[in-house]
Ligand binder design. Structure first.
Ligand code: SF4
Length: 168
């Protein structure tokens, strides 16, 4: 049960992305295992992250929980997350849903969320499903406290920075 924000300490937004894309990646990330820093997808992601929305890019950091690309306060609090491309839609959405859930608790009000794809000039609204977020937290805790889930080949392995860890 989540009674205060401190109960979420150590559960970062990226955990949600990894949970819905690859549980092996979630486990490795949780153990601070580094992927390849020269991975092309990682480098493009960093470039897009650093070059988009320069006037608005003041990250909101809640230590150990959230590092949100930027927020706006227009018709309520809005979470904005920038991605290089539409990868796994559910994984990206769940990361934003978690941020919405956390900020909802911080501000005690409804929070809206948006995913931005600057390279495609697209923006997508995300809806919060609190129950799905809470169930995901349980699953994240289960996976990160168990032994490493064996890697399973999937299309995203080709661009994954952990490919060498899993497959060499
Ligand atoms: S290489 Fe594939 S199995 Fe390994 S962490 Fe990445 S996505 Fe998961």
């Amino acid at each position: 049960m989540i009674t205060s924000l401190s109960d979420l300490e150590g559960i970062k937004g990226e955990y949600f992305y990894h949970l819905f894309s690859c549980s092996t990646r979630l486990w490795l990330y949780h153990r601070n295992v580094s992927g390849s820093p020269s991975n092309e997808h990682v480098l493009i992601g960093k470039y897009v992250d650093g070059s988009s929305f320069p006037r608005e890019r003041e990250k909101l950091v809640i230590e150990g929980i959230c590092s949100i690309d930027f927020i706006r306060n227009e018709q309520g609090v809005q979470v904005h997350e920038v991605k290089k491309g539409r990868g796994d839609d559910i994984a990206q959405e769940m990361q934003v849903q978690y941020y919405m859930y956390v900020l909802g608790r911080v501000f005690s009000k409804e929070v809206s969320g948006f995913l931005h794809y600057p390279m495609k000039k697209e923006v997508r609204e995300v809806k919060l499903d609190k129950e799905k977020v809470l169930n995901s937290i349980v699953e994240i805790r289960r996976i990160t406290s168990s032994s490493c889930p064996p890697p399973q080949r999937k299309p995203i392995c080709r661009g994954c920075s952990y490919a060498e860890v899993c497959w060499s």
